[in-house]
Design a protein around this ligand. Sequence first.
Ligand code: COA
Length: 339
Amino acid sequence: MARVREISQVAITGTGMAVPPRIVTNDELSKIMDTSDEWIRQRTGIEERRYVAPGVSASDLALEASQKALATAGLNATDIDFVLVATLSPEQYFPGTCSFLQAKLGLSTTSGLDIRAQCSGFVYGLEMGQALIASGQYKRILLVGVEVQSPALDLTDRGRDTAALFGDGAGAVILEAAKNPKHGIQRVITHIEGKHADKLGVQYPSAIGGVWIKPEHIADGGVSPKMDGRFVFKHAVTRMPEVINEVLLDQGLSVPDIDLWLFHQANLRINEHIAQGMGIPVEKTYNNIQKYGNTSAATLPMLLDECRRDGRLKDGDRIMMTAFGAGFTWGSALVTWGK
Ligand code: COA
C-alpha cells in the first residue's frame, strides 16, 4: 500500500554519454573492404564512427554515460532504485548487461533489467520507466542505451553493407517525478511487426536446429549482422511518420508544435525523407550520424545529451524522439523538457 503515489509526470532530470576515443573514418574502412568514403557519405551521411579498444565492454561505456547522467541530475548511483539497459550488443549472451553495469555502479541489490528492442530500445525504456515511476513502483530510474557493435561486424567485402553503418557508444538518462507538472514524458507509443524479424539481425548463436554454434556459422559470417537494406529503408520511412502522427493525434498537437525532432540515426537519407514528407524544418532537427554512425539503442540518449550540452534544450520545449529497428520495432516519445 505504501508505495502507491500520485505521480502525474515523469521527467528526464539528467543526461550523459560516452564514446570510445578511437575514430574510424570511411577512408580507413575502404582500406580493409571494397567501399569508399563517397559511397558511404552519399548513401548514409556517415563520415566516421567510434570503435572500442579490445577489452572495453558495453557495461564500461554504459558506466561512463551513467556517471555523467547522475552528475547532471545531482545524484549518486545509490539514489537509483531501478536500472534499465537497452542494448542489442550485450557483452555476453547471458547474464544481461544490466547485471554488469549494476555491479560497476557499486550497487548492492538494486534491481533492473535489459531491454531487447534493438534500435528502438530507448523509446521502449522511456515507456517502461514512465510506467514504473508513475505507478509508484520506483522513484528514480537510470535508463541507458549502449552498444559495442564493432567486434561483431564483418569487416570484409562480404559484410560491407552493414559494417559501414554501425558504431559504438552509450547514452544515459535519469527518470524521476517531475517537479513542474507540465514537464516530462507526455506520451510514448511503441509497435512491433515480428513477421519481419528475419530482415535484420544476427543469426548465431541460436538454439534453432539444436546446435548453438558451428565453425561454419563463423566462417559463413552468420555471427555478424545481416540486413535487407532496401526493405528496412522502406519500412522505416513509413512506420516512423505513422507513429509520430499517432502521438501528435493523441496529444492534440501538430508538426509546428514540436520544437526539436530527434530521429534514430540509421541513415541520414531516411531522416531527410521523413522531415521533408512531414514538413519538418531542418533547423528543428539534429543529427549526429556523421560522427558516430548508427549506434542503435544508444542513439537517442546520445542525441539528447549533445543537445543539452549545446544549449539547444529550453524548459518547456517539446521534443519528439522516434526510432525504428530490427524486429521490426518502432516507437515515438514526446517529452516536454524540464524538471
Ligand atoms: N560500399 C560500397 N558499395 C556497397 C556497400 C558499401 N559499404 N554496401 C553495399 N554496396 C553496394 C551493393 O553491393 C550494391 O551493389 P550492386 O548494385 O552491384 O548489387 C549497391 O551498393 C547498392 O546496394 P543497396 O543495398 O541497394 O544500396 P542502398 O542504396 O539501398 O543503400 C543502405 C544501402 C544500407 C545504406 C540502405 O539500404 C539503408 O540505409 N537501409 C536501411 C537501414 C536502416 O534503416 N536500418 C534501421 C535499423 S538499424
